[in-house]
Design a protein around this ligand. Sequence first.
Ligand code: ATP
Length: 493
Amino acid sequence: MTAMDTLVSPCKRRGFVFQSSEIYGGTGSCWDYGPLGVELKQNIKRVWWRDFVQERPDMVGLDASILMHATVWKASGHVDNFSDPMVDCRECKRRFRADQIDETPWLHFCPATKGNKFTIPAGEACQHCGVRRTLCPECGKGELTAPRQFNLMFKTFMGPVEEDAAVTYLRPETAQGIFVNFDNVLQSMRLKLPFGVAQIGKAFRNEITPGNFIFRSREFEQMEIEYFVNPHDRVDGRPADEALHDQWIEACRAWFTRYGLTPDNLQLHEHARDELAHYAKRTVDIMYRFPMGWSELMGIANRTDFDLKQHAKFSGKSLTYFDEERKEHIVPYVIEPSAGVDRALLAFLLDAYREEEVRGEKRVVLHFHHELAPVKVAVLPLLKKRPEIVATAHELRTRLARRWTAVYDDTAAIGRLYRRQDEVGTPYCVTVDVKTVGDREKGEAGDQRVTIRERDSMEQIRVPLADLETVFTRLLGDAAWTDVAAAYPRAEG
Ligand code: ATP
């Protein structure tokens, strides 16, 4: 398992993730995606949208605004319920989530044993006096306050006047934008149940304890689907909402493995009755084996008709669907697959990261699925002193960049350039050398072929320049390297 620390520094060094406002000391709770991070993130969102929206006849998309009418958050229950219990240290003033405070061992001066000092394991109470942690886990000196509820929504004001009537919130989830547009989408697209509406966008939560790199931050992105179902329908002999809930859980798990997560690093967590949110009939989380332990990657909830009914009640508008067959108006149930883009990106990075030994040397590789890789092809000149080689390489990059993310690099010797591309997960390098362009002074014509090197096997083949679009269409599509490579001569490594 890749440790988080192993990843944080190369992520910065290689332009994936930077700490927000770093030159001012950073915020610690927000992150910026660098030149390669933004490509990776866009690729994740693009394939998710293609697989779950574009390719499915029962799905449409939406892009709702982040600022919404304040009543949305009263109706959804966020104003009253979207809070975590928190405790404060009276000494250093740090704030912790009460339910996470027991996650580290603690030092205790036990009054029942005349002030003897004990280190008590995480989550346990003192065996002698029965007390649970009372001192701050950070400074170790301050007493902790009793738990208080802390609302996680960021409050702000809409318009020029800072008054109570103008209070609104940055959305803490994208889902509500879909519920309040239910009727707009239904009417404009003439949809029949079951159908889903997908949205990708930013969400904000004033988390008490952000951390674990990009796992938990205060500004993050979600990819959410609200899949509306007629609860009176039956699928496979079961109520439609239950059967389709199971189908979505499987589809989401399969999606993560399709793009590279090791199946053994994923498991399902079924919410127990006392863990379920007040609106949920059933919730299953897909957990990933993150370095800090199994943690939620995404959740798939059956939210019943709770949200549509709440918004109908608070807005006074009917949010129903007319069931032609039964000639009745119904309020659909909703299945909600909700994934965090940043958590998905972190899991893909962790799973792709390997340190390997090649001929006695360490090689760091990100074994990204080619659809996720930030750069698809790197074009490298073998000798940067030869103008024909450099010019051909630049031309080639321009040609390939019309279809795929392609970069040019000549800032080191070829071995070093290959390693650099391995480290950022580029699946293919194309090298232009003397044989490609020939030697005009000596009257030697080039063979107009370049070397393609594949990242995982490090195998190399010699391919005519004219074939490159066809070859990369196959390689960056569904074709296997071995099948494509079989048609071309091997090049020396
Ligand atoms: P957690 O229990 O980790 O706080 P949650 O159950 O509150 O998460 P949901 O409300 O179900 O999360 O949100 C759906 C998804 O959004 C999560 O599975 C996660 O991928 C992502 N997500 C939620 N909060 C954050 C955050 N603070 N930072 C990054 N991603 C987040």
